[in-house]
Design a protein around this ligand. Structure first.
Ligand code: MHO
Length: 221
């Protein structure tokens, strides 16, 4: 079941950003440990339009962080398939978490939650290729996504929020659009140390933000 929420538009003051960011047409969902890191990791990738962290992979209704039931922390990634393939995302998935051993809690298990048959087949094929290549048996489960429950706002774009000198200012400017903004996804990635200097400079150079906030972003990221 695909969630149907639509992303609010970027705030007007950021509309002139020079990045030509296409509309997302594909969605992928991964569980790979605490979701704060993957939110930033995927958010930094050129071709990723939106990220959101949440709970999925279980059966109980309406999980929350403190009542997770049988769900797992996941990141949902909306991406442009012209710029990134599902295989590219799987590569990022497998190279950025411990897929060798079973997580101590279901909350943190390694899981690919396929949105359709194609994703399911590709993930199973890539998992077999990974086993073949490494001689190790991945603990990663490949399952079909049934429902995605968005996590609490305090968990969204956590790396950026955990730098309140910039996180609070951006959140105030963006309001409800904060979580689904492509620019905020990138900044969240930069806050975690991903992306290179030129990617960062290109983005920051195009932002029409209050000067003190921009200066603080340059200092912090
Ligand atoms: N070790 C982290 C996990 C949080 S994550 C959202 C903490 O509790 O600080 O599961």
């Amino acid at each position: 079941m695909e969630p149907t929420e639509s992303a609010p538009d970027e705030p007007a003051l950021l509309e002139d950003a020079p990045l030509d960011l296409p509309e997302a047409t594909e969605t992928a969902t991964f569980g790979m440990g605490c979701f704060w890191g993957p939110d930033a990791r995927f958010g930094a990738l050129c071709g990723v339009d939106r990220t959101r962290v949440g709970y999925a992979g279980g059966t109980e209704p309406d999980p929350t962080y403190f009542a997770l039931g049988d769900h797992t922390e996941v990141v949902r990634v909306a991406y442009d398939p012209e710029l990134l393939s599902y295989e590219d995302l799987l590569e990022t998935f497998w190279t950025n978490h411990d897929w060798h051993s079973s997580a101590p809690k279901r909350q943190y298990r390694s899981v690919v939650l396929a949105h359709d048959d194609d994703q399911y087949e590709i993930a199973r094929r890539e998992r077999a290729a990974l086993a073949e290549r490494t001689g190790r048996s991945p603990a990663t489960a490949v399952e079909r996504l049934s429902a995605f429950y968005s996590a609490e706002p305090s968990h969204q774009k956590y790396e950026l929020r955990s730098r309140p000198t910039v996180g609070d200012g951006l959140e105030a400017l963006y309001g409800d659009a904060f979580v689904d903004s492509t620019i905020v996804a990138r900044l969240n990635g930069f806050a975690a140390g991903h992306g290179d200097r030129s990617q960062r400079e290109t983005l920051l150079a195009g932002l029409d933000l209050p000067a003190p906030l921009l200066a603080e972003l340059r200092r912090t990221l």
